[in-house]
Design a protein around this ligand. Structure first.
Ligand code: CP3
Length: 331
C-alpha cells in the first residue's frame, strides 16, 4: 500500500518529532534561527525535513511544520515560546469564537513551497500532516499547552455545544483544504495527529470528533494517499478505528501492541509504539525491548515502526540512531 516499501523484508521506520532538537545539526541551526523562521523559510524547512533521513537513516521524511499552522491560517496569532506555543487571544476569551475566525490560505504557502523542495530531492517518501480537530481546538480554545489536560477547552466542549460544532466544522473544512493541497504538492502518506484523544470519554470522542476525522481522511484517501491516524490516549476506543476511518493507526506507548492488534479492525495496519523514554536509557536496553517485538513483526509483516509519541528533546542522538539501525537490521 505504501508503494516504496512493498519489497523490503524489514519494517519501515520513522519517528514522530524526528526533525527537531534531538539532531545536532538542528540544534546548531536553532542558534541562528527561531523555530518560526525555520518553519516559514521553505529552503530551511526542507533542509530540516531531510535531516533525519540523512543523519538517522529513517525511511520517511515528515514535513517540518506544526499542527498549529491551521489556527494561524484562521487568523489566530501565535507565539512560539521556550515553553511551547501560546495563542495571544484564546477562543475561550471570545463571546462568539467561530465568528472571529477568518481564513487566509496564504498562511499555508510556505508549507507547500517546502514540500516542493523536498519532493524534488527524492531522498525519501514524504509524510504530510495536520492535527485532528479535537487537538487543534484544544490549543485554540485553551491558548496554552502548559495545562496538559486543557480544562477550559473541556468545559467549552461540555457547555457550548453549538459553538463546539461550528468550530469543529470550520477546522475540519480548512484541514481538508490544507491536506489536499499537500497531496497536490506530492506528499505520499498523510498523518492525522490526535494527541489529545484521551481527554474525552470514548463515546463522546466517537460521536463528536471521529466523523470529522473520517471526513479529512476520506478526502485524502480518495486521492489514493494512505492515511495514518494517531489517536493518543484513546484506550478502548481503538475498537472504533475501522478501515472506514484510516489505513494505518498509530498506537500510543501506553497501549500494549497485541491488545491494539486484537481491538482494531484487521484491515488496518499498525504503527508504533515504543516508549519515547526507552530512548533515554542505554543501547542494551533498547536492543532488549526491540527483541520483545520480534514475534509481533513475524506475525505482522506490514508493521510500521515508530514511537508511541514524539521523540523527547533530551534524547541522546546516538541512542536514536542505534534504535533506527537495530530496527533496520530486523529480517
Ligand atoms: O518531526 C516532525 O514530527 C515534524 C514536525 C512536527 C512538529 N510538531 C515540529 C515541532 C510535527 C508533526 C508536530 C506536531 C505537533 N505540534 C503536535 C502533535 C504531536 C504531538 O507531539 O503530540 C502538537 C500537539 C504540536 C504543538 C506543539 N508544537 C507543541 C505543544 C510544541 C512545544 C513542545 C515542544 O516539544 O517544544 C511545539 C513545538 C515544536 N513543534 C517543535 C518542533 C520541532 C520544537 C521547536 C523548537 O523549539 O525547536
Amino acid at each position: 500500500m505504501i508503494k516504496c516499501f512493498q519489497n523490503i523484508n524489514r519494517p519501515p521506520v520513522w519517528l514522530m518529532r524526528q526533525a527537531g532538537r534531538v539532531l545536532p545539526r538542528y540544534r546548531k541551526l536553532r542558534e541562528t534561527y527561531s523555530f518560526r523562521e525555520l518553519m516559514e523559510t521553505p529552503q530551511l524547512a526542507a533542509d530540516v525535513t531531510l535531516m533525519p533521513v540523512e543523519d538517522l537513516g529513517v525511511d520517511f521524511a515528515i514535513i517540518f511544520s506544526d499542527i498549529l499552522i491551521v489556527p494561524t491560517a484562521l487568523g489566530m496569532e501565535i507565539e512560539w515560546t521556550d515553553f511551547g506555543p501560546k495563542f495571544l487571544k484564546p477562543l475561550c476569551e471570545e463571546k462568539n469564537p467561530s465568528k472571529t475566525l477568518k481564513f487566509s490560505g496564504e498562511k499555508f504557502e510556505h508549507v507547500y513551497n517546502a514540500i516542493d523542495i523536498v519532493v524534488e530531492n527524492k531522498k525519501a517518501p514524504l509524510i504530510g500532516f495536520c492535527g485532528a480537530p479535537l487537538t487543534t481546538l484544544c490549543y485554540m480554545i485553551q491558548g496554552v499547552s502548559s495545562k496538559q489536560n486543557f480544562p477550559e477547552a473541556k468545559k467549552f466542549f461540555y457547555t457550548q455545544s453549538l459553538e463546539t460544532k461550528n468550530l469543529i466544522d470550520i477546522v475540519t473544512e480548512i484541514s481538508i483544504e490544507y491536506a489536499l493541497k499537500q497531496v497536490e504538492h506530492g506528499v505520499e502518506v498523510f498523518q492525522i495527529f490526535e494527541s489529545n484523544a484521551g481527554i474525552l470519554p470514548t463515546e463522546m470522542y466517537k460521536e463528536l470528533i471521529l466523523p470529522s476525522v473520517k471526513k479529512i481522511a476520506d478526502a485524502v484517501r480518495q486521492k489514493g494517499i494512505p492515511v495514518i491516524f494517531f489517536p493518543k490516549g484513546i484506550g478502548m476506543g481503538l475498537i472504533n478505528i475501522t478501515s472506514e476511518i484510516c489505513d494505518i493507526v498509530g498506537i500510543d506507548w501506553q497501549t500494549d501492541i497485541w491488545d491494539a492488534r486484537r481491538l482494531i479492525d484487521k484491515k488496518v495496519k499498525i504503527q508504533g509504539n515504543f516508549d519515547p523514554h526507552l530512548l533515554l536509557t542505554s543501547k542494551d536496553k533498547i536492543a532488549e525491548e526491540i527483541g520483545k517485538y520480534r514475534k509481533f513483526f513475524d506475525e505482522n509483516p506490514d508493521w510500521i515502526v515508530n514511537l508511541g509519541h514524539g521523540v523527547l528533546a533530551e534524547t541522546p542522538f546516538e541512542n536514536v540512531k542505534f534504535f533506527v539501525d537495530t530496527i533496520k537490521s530486523l529480517r
